[in-house]
Design a protein around this ligand. Sequence first.
Ligand code: UDX
Length: 442
Amino acid sequence: MKLGIFGVGYVGLVTAVCLADKGHSIFIHDTAKEKIATLQSGGVPIFEEGLEQILHQNRNRLSFTHDARKVISECEIIFICTGTPQDEKGNADLSQVESAVNEITSHSLSDKIIVIKSTVPPGTTEQMEQLANKQTSATNFLFVHNPEFLRQGKAVYDFMNPSRIILGASDKKAQEILKNIYSAWDAPILQTDSKSAELLKYAANSFLAMKISYINMISQLSDSLGTNIDDIASGIGLDPRIGSDFLKTGIGFGGSCFPKDLKALENAAADNGVELPFIGQTLDINEKQGDFFFEKIKAYGEDLKNKKITMLGLSFKPKTDDIRSAPSIVLSEKLLNEGARVTAFDPLVRDFPIEGVHMVHSFESAIIDTDITVIVTEWDDFNQLFRAENMKRMKQPPVIFDGRNMFTLEEVRRIADQHPLHYESIGRPKVSSLGVKKQIFV
Ligand code: UDX
């Protein structure tokens, strides 16, 4: 089939190449001219594992165009994958989705199925469908909400191996056409009304975020009791009713989805006169988890002024260059406010918006002569931190704060037997072979 895509962010581009891989011809438009130009010249504007390869394999089925009307005239089915960022009140800003819908409805000469993949508050798809069909009686627009559950960094894999496909629509015909397209995937297809599909997406993301905040909340108690949160999480997760995913403690979740989706859900509920206390607390615990980790560093260093602090990892999670709502932002600001000299290395992030953070281009140079090394994102590259040559690079004895519990305590204890060091993580006992702690700063 000929399928259109509006919006070529990570959702739109991954959707486009994966649909092309199933044999469809895809026409792609984005208002960002430079993105389209990059794609037209064979480049890939975002980093996603496996994306470049699948894009090149399907190059002959992908047309990138500045001309929205070309997509509209060629395609009967158009997927809207534009962003819905948070506005200043915490609501989902729908302007990009609205303008894509307007563009399609005002230039269509034949009936269309408009598939909204963007995350939108409950009721949006229905309202847009009514508005679109009010404008003209010559053409008919059927709307479907088809939420995505793609993880950044694993988006191609997730699109190709979905746990479920959700089709929310008021019209069975549109649902059946979409069902036919998705029959090329081996996944359960749930058909529902569009409002339920919209709420389902927010509820799924909120539940995952809630699991993280839950384990982070318990990690604070574990920290003060001297118990091991990783063992606790494993023991909880082995109960199949709970499941082991999303129980990894850390300095908090970030990214382009969880923080904004939870806020948007809380606001949408409030507009309907409903309170969702779990949601507010999930966000609150997340913020406090970053503070908790910072306070640990501060408590150790006492005076951080002029200390060299190296942040390893800036992206909100490994395998992406995305720093939206990343815990590294708030942490670096707090460290700079204490007068620390902050150096940072991330395997993919090149531009970091916090002035005063000194970016370096290798892991090895980042840790040279550092007073405190802080693991912010658990990139595989940092597994080599305890190698003898790296231990020597840091100021002696090395002081490491692991915000992602990257290393097991057994590993760290083994190293500490051979090399004096101080290591703190989250919700687990410290490992220190320094004797009197303060000798680091004398
Ligand atoms: C998420 C959802 O997983 C996806 O279904 C939805 O479509 C978009 O939002 P994404 O934001 O790409 O995807 O990242 P995800 O892998 O879910 O991680 C989100 C954040 O939670 C990251 O900051 C990660 O470090 C953190 N996290 C995740 C934890 O702190 N602990 C965990 O156990 C899991």
